[in-house]
Ligand binder design. Structure first.
Ligand code: AMP
Ligand code: FE
Ligand code: FE
Ligand code: ZN
Length: 293
């Protein structure tokens, strides 16, 4: 039997780099993770695979990279549209339908960013410009954390937390404008069709906004979902216990990860981890092998 990757270290399957809204470049991220005792790292930037090549090229010896993506999705709960995130591990990087869908999500992010800037300018907040937002995002698909940084940079919000408050980009905020996300059942099937492994990211992160019902998770499982990210910094103990029971009932894998964003969040690399036996099952379900340093 081959040794389980990461058996001797931490397995952190959900992190962000400057390829999306993290603050650490992919090549630096893998080295920093190794220093923190992480031996298996999932790089899961929002709606892009762009960081994988840099991360692979900088992979320290002995470290395993699990290339992935965190896909912006939506689902109807009754007549209410709820946002959710789907992790896709090890999809074929050249899969056309997946690439096309991710490009559309990035375009929607650009449209939303432009709409937020227009809305701010119309209200006389002229310090946030398209150019400032572009500088902050530095080529990454624009996320609300970039817009928040631009608000802080322009002196409109005191800090990131204020920018994510009700006056600006937070729930009910005037500049909390929607983007068009991928219907989640479509996303689950897209990831599977690309040979990848779909895992529902932070299904119980209530603080970020409304979460989905168990019925939706059952439907996602029917569509081909493989796992639930149970151990996540935004989940309290009761939420974890409930999600673990649901995963058990639906025969879904249980993952754990930090959702590291560099200095944009307080979470540390390797703060939450996945069990080596679960990693092995996850890798077994993928059409592609991970990258070994
Ligand atoms: P977006 O997908 O661009 O709408 O933005 C969602 C991103 O914003 C996620 O990566 C979250 O981690 C981040 N986010 C959401 N709420 C907050 C918050 N209150 N403080 C900091 N980051 C947040
Ligand atoms: Fe993020
Ligand atoms: Fe997420
Ligand atoms: Zn994330």
């Amino acid at each position: 039997m081959s040794p389980t990757p990461g058996a001797s270290g931490l397995i952190d399957l959900h992190t962000h780099s400057t390829a999306s809204d993290g603050t650490v470049a992919p090549g630096v991220l893998v080295r920093r993770a190794a220093e923190q005792g992480v031996t298996v790292l999932g790089l899961t930037d929002h709606d892009t695979l762009a960081g994988h090549d840099q991360a692979s090229a900088a992979l320290p010896p002995g470290m395993v990279l699990v290339p992935g993506v965190e896909i912006s999705c939506q689902v109807y709960e009754g007549d209410r549209l709820v946002s959710l995130h789907l992790l896709g591990y090890l999809p074929d990087p050249d899969d056309e339908p997946l690439s096309t869908a991710l490009a559309a999500l990035r375009a929607s992010r650009a449209d939303r960013a432009a709409a937020v800037v227009r809305a701010l300018q119309a209200d006389g907040h002229t310090g946030v410009t398209d150019q400032l937002v572009a500088e902050v995002a530095a080529g990454a698909p624009v996320g609300r954390p970039h817009l928040a940084a631009a608000l802080v940079h322009a002196g409109l919000a005191a800090d990131q937390q204020a920018a994510f408050g009700p006056d600006w980009l937070g729930p009910g905020g005037r500049y909390r404008l929607p983007k068009v996300d991928l219907p989640v059942m479509v996303a689950v099937r897209l990831v599977r069709a690309a040979g990848g492994v779909p895992v529902f990211a932070h299904p119980g992160a209530h603080r970020r906004g409304p979460t989905v019902s168990d019925e939706t998770i059952v439907a996602m499982a029917d569509a081909g979902l493989v796992g639930l990210e149970v151990d996540h910094p935004d989940h309290d103990p009761a939420t974890r216990a409930q999600l673990r029971r649901l995963a058990d009932q639906l025969k879904l894998l249980v993952t754990g990860s930090s959702d590291y964003h560099g200095s944009r969040k307080t979470t540390r690399l390797g703060q939450e981890c996945t069990d080596p036996a679960v990693l092995e099952q996850l890798l077994d379900r993928a059409a592609w092998p991970p990258v070994r340093g």
